[in-house]
Structure formats: C-alpha cells, structure tokens
Ligand binder design. Structure first.
Ligand code: COA
Length: 142
C-alpha cells in the first residue's frame, strides 16, 4: 500500500518550515522539546528520512538512524491528527525500512503497537534506555 493520493511521501527536507512543524507537533501533543533548529538538525543528521506532504504542508514525519551494517532505530514517527488512518505512517515506514535490508530495526512505542504489528514488527522484551545527563542539554540544541 502506498500513501493516499495527493499525499507525497519522499526523503527530501527541502523547503520545510520547522517552526510550523513544531507548532503542528505541539498541537498534536507530540512535541518533545526540540527547537525548530534542533528539529531540523535531527532530521538532517539522520541517515534516512521520510516526509509526507499535503501540498506544502508537512503532515507526516519519520526518520531512521542506521550504522549501514546491522542496526537501525526508528524515531519521530508522526502523522498530523487531521490525516490519520489513511496509510501515511505505513507508507513512510515502508519507505524507510526498504533502505536498510538485513538490518535489525529497533523502536520504542507506548501507544502505536497496532501500527508496527501491521508492518511486521514484533515486541522484543526488555528495552532499556537512559538519558545522559539532562534531556536536550547538549550542543545540538543550542
Ligand atoms: C501512530 C501514528 C503515527 C499512526 O499514523 P497513521 O498515518 O494514522 O497510521 P496508518 O494510517 O498508516 O495506520 C496503519 C495501521 O496501523 C494501525 N493503527 C494506526 N493508528 C492506530 C490507532 N490509533 N489505533 C489502533 N490502530 C492503529 C491500524 O491497523 C492501521 O490500519 P487501518 O487504519 O487500516 O486500521 C499517528 O496516530 C500519530 O502520529 N500518533 C501520535 C504520535 C505517535 O504516537 N507516534 C508513534 C510513536 S512510536
């Protein structure tokens, strides 16, 4: 299944107004504190990104960190609430996973299990995590 008609999903960050994206994330209660500049950096510095656009409006994001060999990590999966349940997140994730054949992809979710299960992901027990120091207190956010 591809993205719905008139929604374009690609890997380009061209022309994105990150302040608007942050406002959309905030409106959807999915802002995790990054400034527009830090958001831009997060995406620009990721190996693979998927952006869904409805015209000029960004209505979906996802990105994949990968070592290019064996491990990848999926983050920032979001579809604007106005555009959900139309296959946009699925289209973005499918696009990203095709970029990393042979690699193990990890992710963390507390609410979107059905989405990932529908794409072939399975729960693996004992995900462990730590924040080094204080969340977002680093040069990337200044
Ligand atoms: C989770 C999220 C990314 C899904 O985006 P989406 O574009 O609506 O997802 P899709 O349309 O591709 O959904 C594909 C399938 O996933 C499952 N799914 C998606 N959202 C679901 C929900 N809220 N409840 C139950 N199943 C859901 C369904 O099986 C769905 O297929 P269906 O619509 O034919 O039943 C979106 O709801 C979102 O941005 N939520 C807030 C941010 C978030 O939680 N991100 C995930 C962080 S891990």
């Amino acid at each position: 299944m591809s993205a719905p008609e008139r929604i374009l999903v690609d890997g380009s960050l061209d022309g994105i107004d990150w302040a608007t994206v942050k406002a959309e994330l905030t409106a959807d209660d999915f802002d995790n504190g990054r400034s527009p500049r830090a958001l831009r950096r997060s995406f620009a510095q990721s190996q693979h990104v998927a952006i869904a656009r409805d015209g000029e409006r960004v209505v979906g994001t996802a990105r994949l960190l990968s070592d290019g060999v064996c491990n990848a990590y999926l983050v920032d999966v979001w579809t604007a609430s106005s555009h959900r349940r139309r296959g946009i997140a699925s289209a973005m994730i499918r696009r990203l996973v095709e970029e990393v054949p042979g690699q193990h992809i990890g992710l963390q979710t507390s609410s979107a299990q059905a989405l990932y299960a529908s794409l072939g992901f399975r729960e693996e027990p004992e995900f462990w995590a730590a924040v080094v120091g204080v969340w977002l207190d680093n040069d990337g956010n200044r």
